[in-house]
Ligand binder design. Structure first.
Ligand code: NAD
Ligand code: ZN
Ligand code: ZN
Length: 340
């Protein structure tokens, strides 16, 4: 099978021919149909974060495909069933986080495409308990972006406790943001979408954003304040200055939810304003299996639209460059079936 491999951090990925991986106890092997390119995979390949992955590794945590082989003890999945393999590759199931509905905070977790090989491959392994069944009627190319971009933004809006009649600012309308706009609308909010390209701002409008703010030419905080300020600001742009800009547009009691993970990212949080205005800064990391099940259910019900373009895995390095140049409409998905 073919896989795109990070052999050294910061180096281009290499397409390798590898033997099909053998599922261990509790695992399944999947024939990958579609695999999304999340900006996190770029951070992984570049070694952008304090906790680094160990090359060689195969990135990718939006892999979707058909179960091909069951490891010992796997009884709840069937060969031929479509599953998605998210960032949360496994968690311990026993710690206080796992037991309280916060398995995404488990300290024993293994992350797909970071701590174990991921979905940039024709075949991959997954822990069966964390491989999410994809419902009937949801195709692999829609399912792939939902597996990280979808669940992450769905969860961020839950963390922000978004209510109807609230103003929600979505900063960055890329892979994550184009779904965040839709979940905020489903929650009943008024949505302000912020980006730095005309195409993204237009896409945000098409997907239901009530107002759009061009961070190149407009003062994001001042624009949000004209509308009373945001109850929640979801920071999805890979740029610390964008966090500060959208955070400055919160209304009193508002919440800044940090989701994007720019390399060496820090922001200044003014103590006086934070105290007097009663604002919060919250980190939000992906979502649980239950969150992903809900994301798939919403999509199966026709409530969300996934915007993607396909690429062959062989173009992995060019695809990464496209994302970094901001040229992608929303999400790139590798087509492992036809190779187109
Ligand atoms: P992306 O590249 O598809 O989207 C980023 C968007 O931000 C683009 O549309 C870009 O035009 C826009 N942007 C750039 N500068 C901006 C600015 N100054 N103001 C407003 N918008 C701006 O990336 P993505 O795949 O959506 O991922 C976004 C970030 O989220 C990455 O850092 C990724 O690692 C992170 N991420 C976090 C989690 C989590 O669980 N916390 C999960 C997935 C991804
Ligand atoms: Zn991701
Ligand atoms: Zn745990």
């Amino acid at each position: 099978m073919k896989a795109a491999v990070v052999r050294a951090l910061g180096e281009p990925l290499v397409i390798e021919e590898r033997p099909d991986p053998e599922p261990g106890p509790g695992q399944v092997r999947i024939r990958v149909e579609a695999s999304g390119l999340c900006h996190t995979d770029i951070h992984a390949a570049h070694g952008d974060w304090p906790v680094k992955p160990n090359p060689p590794f195969v990135p990718g945590h939006e892999g979707v495909g058909l179960v091909e082989k069951l490891g010992d003890g796997v009884t709840h999945l069937a060969v031929g069933q479509r599953v998605a393999v998210p960032w949360l590759g496994r968690a311990c199931g026993r710690c206080e986080h796992c037991l309280s509905g916060w398995e995404t905070l488990c300290e024993q977790q293994v992350n797909t495409g970071y701590g174990c090989d991921g979905g940039y491959a024709e075949k991959m392994l997954a822990w069966a308990d964390f491989a999410q069944p994809v419902p009937e009627g949801v195709g692999p190319f829609d399912a792939a972006p939902l597996t990280c971009a979808g669940v992450t933004t769905y969860k961020a809006l839950k963390v922000a406790d978004v209510r109807p009649a609230q103003l929600v600012a979505i900063s960055g309308v890329g892979g994550l943001g184009h779904l965040a706009v839709q979940y905020a609308k489903i929650a009943g909010a008024t949505v302000a979408a912020i980006d730095v390209t005309d195409d993204k701002l237009e896409l945000a409008r098409e997907l239901g954003a009530d107002l759009v703010i061009d961070a190149r030419s407009q003062d994001v905080g001042a624009e949000l304040k004209k509308h009373g300020g945001a109850h929640a600001a979801i920071a999805l742009a890979v740029n610390p200055a964008a966090f500060e800009a959208v955070g400055s547009g919160l209304r009193r009691g508002g919440k800044l939810v940090m989701v994007a993970l720019p390399a060496h990212g820090t922001i200044q949080v003014p103590i006086f304003d934070t105290v007097l205005n009663g604002t919060s800064v919250i980190g939000s990391i992906v979502g649980t299996r239950q969150d992903l099940a809900e994301v798939f259910r919403l999509h199966a019900a026709g409530r969300t639209k996934v915007i993607y373009e396909t690429r062959p895995l062989a173009s992995v390095n060019e695809s990464i460059d496209e994302v970094l140049r901001g040229e992608v409409k929303a999400r790139l998905v590798f087509d492992l079936e036809t190779g187109r």
